[in-house]
Design a protein around this ligand. Structure first.
Ligand code: AKG
Ligand code: FE2
Length: 197
């Protein structure tokens, strides 16, 4: 049984649960400071219609198997889980009731960093993937839009120390994004735990 407060979003064709205080403030502060310093952040280029751009955020990829992660035209080589990230992985697994193989970490340096509309629906993630997403640092808005019913939209603020779990048909039916913002925002780390085979 999980005693952490959570609520399910009211979204058709999806299963999304939000835990606002998965980590308390002190723990979240210390995880943020540590991960900012110890994560091997990289900035990849993406090619869209033949033009090459720097990705508008930094990333790092971790796995306990040696599977790379391929998305867009990027192939990410895995680092090993250790220290705080390994601890976080275990705590997330206990609450979600699933073991993850991999984690894609994102660092949004300021409001100009973003993550455009997408679904995490690569074949390597399997059918109906479970994705558990930890947020640390500045709050950012997370938006959903339905793939076919274009007027169906949802959004929430991802708070410092929160966990968002997406499962079932969510990736099949909905897109999500972290839009840019003009508000002055400091750094935010996102950790998305996944199963990649
Ligand atoms: O930063 C976030 O909260 C979302 C990240 C995300 O959607 C992804 O890495 O696939
Ligand atoms: Fe995503």
């Amino acid at each position: 049984m999980c005693l952490k407060e959570s609520h399910e979003l009211n979204m058709p064709d999806a299963q999304v649960v939000y835990y606002p205080q998965f980590f308390n403030k002190d723990r979240a502060d210390s995880l943020l400071a540590n991960l900012l310093n110890t994560t091997p952040w990289q900035q990849d280029t993406i090619t869209v219609f033949g033009k090459t751009y720097l990705q508008p955020r930094l990333t790092a990829f971790f796995a306990n198997n040696n599977k790379v992660y391929k998305y867009s035209n990027i192939t990410m080589q895995p680092h090993n889980f250790q220290g705080d990230l390994l601890e976080i992985k275990k705590e997330v697994e206990n609450v979600v009731g699933t073991e993850f193989t991999s984690c894609l970490a994102n660092l949004y340096r300021d409001g100009q960093d973003s993550n455009g509309w997408h679904a995490d629906d690569e074949k390597s993630l399997g059918k109906n993937p479970i994705i558990a997403s930890i947020s640390l640092g500045s709050e950012r808005i997370f938006q959903f839009k339905h793939k076919t019913h274009k007027n169906l939209r949802e959004k929430l603020v991802l708070e410092h120390g929160s966990l968002l779990v997406m499962r079932g048909k969510t990736q099949h039916n909905w897109l999500h994004q972290i839009p840019k913002t003009r508000k002055p925002v400091a750094k935010r780390i996102n950790l998305t735990f996944r199963i990649i085979q």
